[in-house]
Every structure is written in structure tokens, then in C-alpha cells.
Ligand binder design. Sequence first.
Ligand code: GLU
Length: 485
Amino acid sequence: MSVKKIRTRFAPSPTGYMHVGNLRTALYAYLITKHEGGDFLLRIEDTDQERLVEGAVDVIYKTLEMTGLKHDEGPDMGGPVGPYVQSERRGIYLEYAKNLVEKGEAYYCFCSKERLDILRENSEALKRPFKYDKHCLHLSKEEIEEKLKAEIPYVIRQNNPTEGTTAFDDVIYGKISVDNSELEDMVLIKSDGLPTYNFANVVDDHLMGITHVVRGSEYLSSSPKYNRLYEAFGWEVPVYVHCPPIMKDAHQKLSKRNGDASFEDLLGKGYLKDAILNYIALLGWNPGTNDEIFSLEELINVFDYKNINKSPAIFDPVKLRWMNGEYIKKLTLDEFHELALPYYKQVIKKDFDLKKLSALLHNRTEVLGEIPEQVDFFDTLPEYSTDLYVHKKMKSTEETSLQNLKHLLPILEGIETWTFDVLHDEVFKVIAELGVKNGQVLWPIRTAVSGKQFTPGGAFELADILGKEESLSRIKKGIELLENK
Ligand code: GLU
């Protein structure tokens, strides 16, 4: 028996940004097909011309390229079942709708906007969802001919039964059955002759040979109507894979409004694209082991869509941070340096050895966007309170700090080669001489050279990068502050 090649598609509507949920859909569609050596298509669903955003399609291309979700067919490279942009396929759909009219599965509807508005108001008053009353289904052939000849505007509606049930199978959610009385006779072709989004979606999935329809669970409720269309046409129904919603917390869906929801937002905050993709893979799927770090290649190997969960996935920023940190640690120092440079440049204009800074930050950084606040003291010493010199555990007080910094100053001034090692040796000699705790000397140096409570490195590392002149001037400043308290 020959097995049919799997074909999935990512069918985004261009909105101008890549919602994390959409990217996950793209990823799962990609993994499902690549796991079986199948094809991955990109189709742009731009039937809703009113909602078009300029440059929105580029966001889609860019994201797929960055994340490595390479499509085999799509608007940019063509393919055997193109065009791959719905607005370029506008001529295709009417004939399919007419075919359904002939079969009695759809009908012309000439109802005026006024009549529909009244129907809508009535259902609102009864607190019922709007349902077209099939008024035009009962027009005679002659009446229809006449109206068409008179060029009365019309739409074509799906003719759904009002009794019985419609069921379909979803791989994740199982068998879903709805009462036909709930099915709206949805519009397939609008009065301008163009298809509705719902109709184009089904016709395109069929014409493009899509075997597995992968999309968000928000489409579950429309799927019975889609399913009826496949059946009305006599087309093979695809395998449905509806993915669970991604939630911000137990109550709210993750939405663009709460900041973390788009791929661009996350990149902007300094998350790495591979870490984002890896994290997103786990939003609703798990490998059945404790492994969590996967490259795209590894995901292709282990991904089994039957392991997608139906319970909502919670987007956990803490876990994403951790994962991003893991990806940062896996970078070479040079790679990290390259990525960190633009962040240094935001706050450091003076000429420091930034490579040394990268060595300090490499293993301590979870999100690149937090680098500037960690290194902002290099260019200018911030204003700080002498309270910073107080550290209980280090047994450091303002008094011990002043005393120790004053003692150290001439010794540091005498150092000729200002390096980490020399500083280390000289300062430890002093500590031994004075017979004090390490912290009583190291803490005030670090505080004086940074003016901050938290720094990406210790006293010697910071002083080494700052250089002799700058370090000494900051230590003098510290002494002055402590003296004038
Ligand atoms: N165009 C739809 C969206 O962007 C996708 C629908 C589907 O995948 O069937 O949400």
C-alpha cells in the first residue's frame, strides 16, 4: 500500500506581528510533516482585505526564515498548487460555490441588509446567536433566475441541515459532535463575488492537497461547518489537529496586549530565536521524557503530534528566561560577545575592553535586554548612598570601609601593571596584613568602583576593566563620600 505524502500548511492572516500561538501552529505544522518527510506550505490568508496591514507579509517571511521553519511551497517560491496568496486566487471560488448550489448544499440569498439587520436585532432581543432563517432557500428556480437577471446583489450560503448532528474527529480533542440546529448557514461567497474566509480556507486546503490541518483550538467551533463542506463536495476530510490555547494565566489568553505575546516582542527583549522556538514547542506538547532542550532538528525527530495536550498551556516567563539562559550558556564567548555588543553600546560609549565584560556576563545573563542595566556604571559612576558599604555578612560597615579604602589607596596607586592577577595578589596581601575578613576589603572596593549593589563581577574584575586611573578616581570618590557622611 502506498502511503500518501503528508502535506501541512501554515495559513496566517497577515496581522503585522507573529503571535506566539501562531508561531507554535507553524512549528507544529512543520514538525508533523517533517517528522514524516512531508511538505510544508505557506499560504497567506488575506481574504479580509479591510484588515490588511502594510509589511505584514514580510513579518511572516522573516519569522519563518529566522526560526528555520522553511516552507517547500509558498508565495515567494511558487509550487504546483499556487498561487499561494488567497487574494490572487479570487477567481477560483465562485465556481465551487455554484457547484454546491447545484447539489442543493448551498443557495443564493438576496436578502437586503435591512432584512438581515431586523433578523439580527430579533435574535439579540431573544439573547440568541444570530442565525439566518433560510428565507431564500425557498425561492423558486424562476424567482432566482429573475433576481439574478435583474442583478440584485446576492451572497451564496451554505445549506446546513437543521436536525440531526454533525460530528468530526480531531486528533487532539477526539470526536466532536454538534447539533445541526446550531449550525449557521454561513456565507460562502460575499456580494462582491469574493469568498469568505471560511470558504476559501476549505477550498484551498483541498486544492492544495493538505492532509493534516493544524491550527488553534479557536477554530474547533467552525470545524463542523468546514466538515460539512468537505462532505458536500465529496472531498476527503483532512486529519484535524487543533492545538490548545496558550494562556497568560488560568483566566486570560495570552494576547498581544500583555507584551510577551509576539515573537518580535520577545526578540526585542533579548530572547534568542532558538530558545523562543524551543520554549514554544513545549507549550502544549511534551516528549514524554524530562528532556526540555531541543534543537529544531531534534524536535523533528522526537515530535509525535499524538502527544499534544488538549489542556490549555500556560506561558511561563520564568521558564522561558531559564531556557534562554541555557541557550546563552551554550554560545561560544565570541558568539555571545557579538550578540551583547549592541546592548553595551546603548550605555557604554567609552573605550573599555568589552570582551572582558562579555567573559563576565556570559554565564550570568538570562535575557540580553537586561545587559544595559547591568553595565551602565562603566561610563559614569552613579550617585549612590554610603549605605551600600554596609554589608552584615561581610562584616562591612561605613567605618571599616573608610578605613580599609584609605589604607589601600596608596598601595593601589603604586601598582604598575594594573591587571586582575596583580590586583588580586596585592589586595590579598593587605587583607592578610590587616588580619581582616576578605569581605571587609573586597566589598568596599567593589562598591566604590561600581556605585551599585549588584554588579556582573567582583572587585578585581571590575577594576581591571575600568583601568587604573578610573578605578582610583572612584575609590577616592568613595573615601570622600564616606568622610563627608
Ligand atoms: N488564517 C487563520 C489565522 O491566521 C488560520 C486558519 C487555519 O489555519 O485554518 O488564524
